[in-house]
Design a protein around this ligand. Structure first.
Ligand code: GDG
Length: 736
């Protein structure tokens, strides 16, 4: 029976070594809950690190670790202290974490850490590959394992691989500063489906893929050889019922059942019923904007002194990554700020900030959520922020005000919260005032909406939607109807070639006989290609036609020595072997002086583009432009020309990163039709790579062997992957 393999840096359990025994205690984080139906209730397996390094586990207990994990349907990846230092504290938390949260000045680019990151990803891959069986699905989580999808796909192309990033994906301008940007993108593209919390992260990723790897991105799909990678956003939810139930139970508790914390909170609530409690919960992380939050609170108390003794900031900061210097610095800064503000404003009966620096049990978290009238969450950047969602879920009487930073993924789904810019103290102070004074009906109105949404799109739904989408990811072959030329098709083709009495081959040039280079003037055919074509044309009853959009001079010069027919400028010119160029169509070029200046303005406005001038056409090349800008401008230009051209019989050909403007009467389809008219060819072959070649594929008879270069939508019957395969095919023809 096929299973789902979940992979994350940490396993959802905690190992405890007591004297001689070992215990694995399951932890119940958001991810574990979301995965429950596939992991615990299904026959899923979770692969990850246990939290204990090799050095921390006595030799005699190594097997016990595996056994204890197995019991929880987990498989451990063994890591030593050096791995953890380079991979986790190093590359993950000193490079990727700051960079992806736009803290560029904190990002360290250490080669040794990158090396360890790669090695640890390989260690994960090894364990995953040992556990994969046919038909399994793999779901990889988060920024520590971005190389894993490719490592798995390489060995097991049959297995569906999904990846979800829990943190933001930064804009191209930030991402491109990473020395290993290509490796990271390629690693991720080993997936069939890549998920992000928001559409913004998704489009940042797609933009980096198209600009850095220069791959074709089609809406949210990436063409990668003969694979298709889908990218989409799935905002992660919470285990809503768990939080709601816990909050209801909290309300039912009598004083004996209450926690010490709840009793203390109640004491204050009873003593000062008018005072408001403001909650702040996060891991102590510089991305969470904790220091700014305290400063903004100070500013609020200064601006509105009448609220002194009427508000209290309850701040829980959970210790995190304390081995990383920035976290130690932040701890010091927060300690000092809290001390200073409490010292400055406190009275005998009032402390403005209650500060807890520790992790609390779940029940205490619920005590805090349910007791506080306002939640103030001000991250500078946050992939999602689940605390915001949890706060709203615990407000079972529907009161409470959420103040939330616009820079969190959650803000996009929680429009009814009071959204603030975490860098704007003035706005935070005003919003705090607004929250304190907000009438209950309004609080309820806002929360009802948010609760409805959070209950519906909970963490289980999130996980099942992702896995459903992963199952449905399209094979590229579903989209492309042409058949790949493999051994069998090649044999059929060669058979037909040999049996034919009279044959003709139409060969496109750029992108077919020659791969693209940045300057088209440097794309001369190499000697091997010249020899190949020469030996084919020399065969009995065989005509070879090089058919190109190139100008006649270049084409003529490059193929001077080879006695083949040349068709230039998409069919305007033709040169039979040993003869002069002749014009095949009566066409005009008097439109050029009008159109050229328009193209020139596009060259000026789009760096990297240039105009190629031919006798009867003008081509605007944008291969070297920024890919996104290039596409936008090409679209614009195409529309402009089409509008102008309607009464001039001009056509716009959309080639491979080139727009060609020419007389509407000419195209390669017409040219090949003329070539075969009344000639009784029993074998017709045509091969080409772009839209201009589609005219030949469409106009040739159905029995012709039409071949597209590259796996794309086409009217051709067959396709080959790239120019190397074209060469291989020509070598087969040449053998006859
Ligand atoms: C990353 C992304 C994204 C907190 N203190 C205690 C405690 N918590 C629990 C909360 C919440 C979770 O930890 C924190 O989740 P966040 O989403 O707020 O933040 P990160 O830890 O930074 O998580 C983030 C998330 O991944 C999921 O994709 O939303 O953007 O940075 O569930 O309840 N739990 C207990 N005691 C505490 O003291 N028991």
């Amino acid at each position: 029976m096929s299973k789902t393999i979940i992979i994350s840096n940490r396993l959802p359990l905690q190992l405890k070594i007591n004297d001689n025994s070992l215990e694995a205690i399951p932890s119940v984080g958001g991810l574990a809950t979301g995965m429950k139906s596939v992991h615990r209730d299904g026959n899923g397996v979770w692969i990850g690190w246990t939290g204990l390094t090799e050095e921390e586990i006595p030799e005699s207990m190594q097997d016990d670790v595996i056994k204890a994990c197995r019991k929880e349907q987990c498989v451990p990846v063994t890591l030593d202290q050096e791995d953890i230092d380079g991979f986790y504290y190093g590359f993950s938390n000193r490079t990727i974490w700051p960079l992806f949260h736009y803290f560029m000045e904190y990002a360290e680019f250490e080669r040794q850490n990158w090396k360890t990151y790669k090695q640890v990803n390989e260690k994960f891959a090894k364990v995953v590959l040992e556990n994969i069986e046919e038909g399994d699905t793999v779901w990889v989580h988060d920024y520590q394992l971005m190389l894993l999808p490719e490592l798995i796909k390489k060995e097991r192309p049959d297995v569906r691989v999904g990846f979800f990033l829990h943190i933001p994906f930064p804009s191209y301008e930030v991402f491109r500063t990473l020395p290993w940007r290509k490796e990271i993108l390629r690693g991720l593209l080993g997936s069939d489906l890549i998920g992000f919390h928001t559409y913004d992260y998704e489009r940042h990723f797609l933009s980096s893929v198209s600009r850095i790897l220069r791959l074709d991105v089609n809406f949210n799909e990436i063409m990668l050889g003969d694979r298709l990678v889908t990218v989409n956003s799935y905002p992660m939810g919470i285990d809503y019922d768990k939080f709601e139930k816990a909050a209801l139970a909290n309300k039912e508790q009598n004083s004996k059942e209450q926690s010490e914390l709840q009793r203390r909170l109640d004491l204050h609530l009873d003593a000062t019923p008018d005072a408001k409690m403001i909650l702040s919960i996060d891991r102590l992380d510089y991305t969470k904007g904790i220091a700014n939050r305290i400063r903004a609170y100070e500013y609020f108390l200064e601006k509105y002194p009448n609220y002194k003794e009427k508000v209290r900031l309850v701040m829980l900061a959970v210790p995190s990554r304390s081995n990383v210097p920035q976290y130690q610095k932040l701890k010091k800064e927060v300690d000092e700020l809290v001390g200073r503000i409490n010292g400055k404003f406190a009275t005998v009966s009032w402390t403005p900030i209650w500060y807890f620096f520790r992790s609390m049990p779940f029940d205490n978290l619920i005590d805090l959520y349910t007791s506080c009238d306002i939640a103030l969450l001000t991250p500078i950047r946050d992939g999602m922020n689940l605390v915001a969602k949890e706060y709203i879920a615990t407000r079972t009487d529907k009161t409470g005000v959420l103040i939330l930073s616009e820079m969190t993924g959650a803000a996009l789904e929680m429009n009814e919260a009071l959204l603030i810019n975490p860098n704007n103290f003035e706005e935070i102070a005003e919003t705090l005032k607004e929250a304190i004074e907000m009438p209950e009906e309004e609080q309820i109105k806002r929360n009802v909406q948010m609760q409805k949404r959070l209950k519906r799109y909970n963490v289980e739904k999130w996980a099942s939607e992702f896995l459903e989408a992963l199952k449905k990811t399209k094979e590229k072959t579903d989209l492309v109807k042409a058949i790949k030329i493999k051994k069998e098709q090649q044999q059929e083709l060669m058979q037909a070639y040999q049996n034919a009495e009279k044959r003709i081959l139409f060969l496109d040039y750029d992108g077919t006989l020659r791969s693209f280079v940045s300057d088209p003037a440097n794309a001369k055919p190499d000697q091997e290609m010249l020899n190949l074509v020469n030996s084919i044309q020399a065969q009995k009853n065989t005509d070879v036609v090089i058919i190109s959009g190139r100008d006649r001079d270049t084409l003529g010069k490059w193929w001077q020595e080879i006695p083949v027919t040349l068709i230039a400028e998409h069919g305007v010119w033709k040169r039979k072997t040993g003869e002069d160029w002749e014009i095949t169509e009566k066409i005009k070029n008097d439109w050029m002086p009008q159109i050229r200046p328009i193209l020139e303005t596009y060259v000026d406005r789009t760096p990297g583009t240039f105009i190629e001038e031919k006798n009867y056409s003008l081509a605007w090349h944008y291969r070297n432009a920024d890919p996104e800008l290039g596409e936008i401008r090409a679209n614009e230009l195409s529309n402009v020309i089409k509008e102008l051209a309607s009464n001039k019989d001009l056509g716009v050909l959309d080639g491979n990163k080139v727009l060609e403007i020419k007389s509407g009467a000419v195209n390669k389809g017409k040219a090949v039709s003329k070539e075969i008219f009344n000639k009784n060819y029993s074998f017709i072959f045509s091969i080409g790579d772009d839209w201009t070649d589609e005219f030949m594929f469409e106009d040739l008879p159905e029995t012709a062997y039409t071949v597209k270069v590259g796996m794309q939508k086409t009217a051709a019957r067959f396709y080959v992957e790239d120019t190397a395969h074209v060469r291989q095919l020509l070598q087969e023809f040449a053998k006859n």
